[in-house]
Ligand binder design. Sequence first.
Ligand SMILES: Nc1ncnc2c1ncn2[C@@H]1O[C@H](COP(=O)(O)OP(=O)(O)OP(=O)(O)O)[C@@H](O)[C@H]1O
Ligand SMILES: [Mg+2]
Length: 585
Amino acid sequence: MNAISPAQQPRRVKAAFMGSFAVALVVIMGVFATAIYLVEASVRDRDLAERSAAVAKLFAVKLDQDANLMRAVVRTMMDNAAIEEAFRSGDRGELEHNARDLFEALRSDHRITHLYFTGPDRVNLYRLHTPTEHDDRIDRATMLQAHSRKQPVHGLELGPLGTLTLRLVMPWRQGERDLGYIEVGEEIKHVIDEVHDNLAVDLLVLVDKHYLAREQWQRGQTLMQRQGEWERFSSYVALAQTVPRLPVALDESVLARLLNGDSAKIEDGGRSLHMAAVPLADAAGHPIGKLAIMRDVTLLESTFNGYMAAVVLLSLAVAAGVLGVFYVALQRVEKDYRRQHELEHRLLRLDTEHQRLLQMEKLSALGTMVGSIAHQLNNPLVGVVNMAQLAEREADDPARARELLAEIRRAGEDCRGFVRRMLEFSKVSCFESKPTPMAALIEDTVLLFRQTEERHLPVNVQLPDDAPVLNVDPILIRHALFNLLVNAAQATQGVGADTGLTIRLEQQNDPNTGKPGWSLSVLDRGRGIAPEAMDKLFVPFFTTRSDGTGLGLPVVLHVVLLHDGHVTATNRPEGGAQFAIWLPQ
Ligand SMILES: Nc1ncnc2c1ncn2[C@@H]1O[C@H](COP(=O)(O)OP(=O)(O)OP(=O)(O)O)[C@@H](O)[C@H]1O
Ligand SMILES: [Mg+2]
């Protein structure tokens, strides 16, 4: 017999699902957050690139505007007859006298810091900003270009002292005659300030040290009372800026990135600065340095981080909600799963127990059967032995011996009859069904019954108008019906009253399954079934008759079961019993 295995713990459905679901959620949220950060970073980079382009453009526009203003100023001077006379005659005293007021007004109102009167050979006649210095030849790019092109030229000039100025050199001609040049200049600090005001970015003018000499630059810083840091970067120096001091985090590596054309992000005293740089060229077209742009993105970043935190919190809440719902659903599933598992296990155990009981029942039925067979055969055999002994002793009396021999024969016949019934019982398993008209089957059985029955009991057959043709084994069904008729006849023996039998065939659905079928019943008005016999009617060898074998009804049950039918025994209210065979359609 199979040993019952202990109930295995059902797999942890919830843990498995919840684990992978949570991991999936975390991965999705991670990817989502990363994607948003990347998009934000790229938007910020693009914004900075656009701002850098705008800075470069506005810076150039401002320089052009200032150059136009300078041109107008120079024209005004050229129209001044006294200045012209003083210039033509090379009289520095007169130039000072006539141009000083105008220069001072330009210096205070328009930030013009340099004013030169230079001869046609580029030799300086008079500098209003440093009157003591003159007679040197000027060979700055703007002057050289104006000299060769005979046209006004403007552009950025890097001075030896580390000043970056916007210069305009205008040739002064009268008819075919070259009088020389007027040159004006201004420092560009206010230009980057204006760009800063307009575009809300800080600017830093970085110049390549190749274009500067350290001692002169140092001298310039002292003269202009500035505290520039020559050592701050190895190859560049800051000449002008819109911030009071350079950010500490702006080091060589950050500068290298800017020079490379990349953007960089630095932190400075709690502020986040996003940096880029655009090239800066002087009037000669030399790449003298870079215009670095610093954008304060602190507010933008904190706003973004705030939104991001809100989104993450919201996503977490939603994820927690979904997980919760999922958890509850899974809990239910797991509960059902456990219950089912437990039921299956219990069923398995019951089945095993049931098999064991069946086995025991079979063994005990076998024991009963063997006992009954032994009993049934033993009685006549004991008689045979006893009577044979008697016959031996009384062999001299032939009449008595004959009598005893007749007894012995009868006992032998009893044994043979019993064995014959047993053989009939075993034959029942040969089952062969075919379409059988039930009316004819019943008629044949009644005929057979009448031949064997000595009391000529009336048999009333009740058939429906259209008696069916059923798919049955006619020999077995006839045998079963015959057994029921014999039993009914035996039950009515000695009862008197109305002792006729009835056979009834009627259409009837299976009361248990509702399947269509037919009921074939035998009714009598005999003794009825004793209450104590009711449960054992179909048990082999159960009988209440002294000469019965108790195999009639078991045969009926066996036949009916072979036909997928069932048999019921009931006592009738008006007296007698009813045995009904139900057969499927
Ligand atoms: N129509 C009936 N009315 C009352 N009791 C019945 C009826 N049919 C059967 N029984 C009871 O059922 C018992 C068993 O019947 P069963 O046909 O199996 O054996 P038997 O008739 O006693 O012997 P056998 O049929 O082997 O000669 C009978 O002994 C009887 O007590
Ligand atoms: Mg019987």
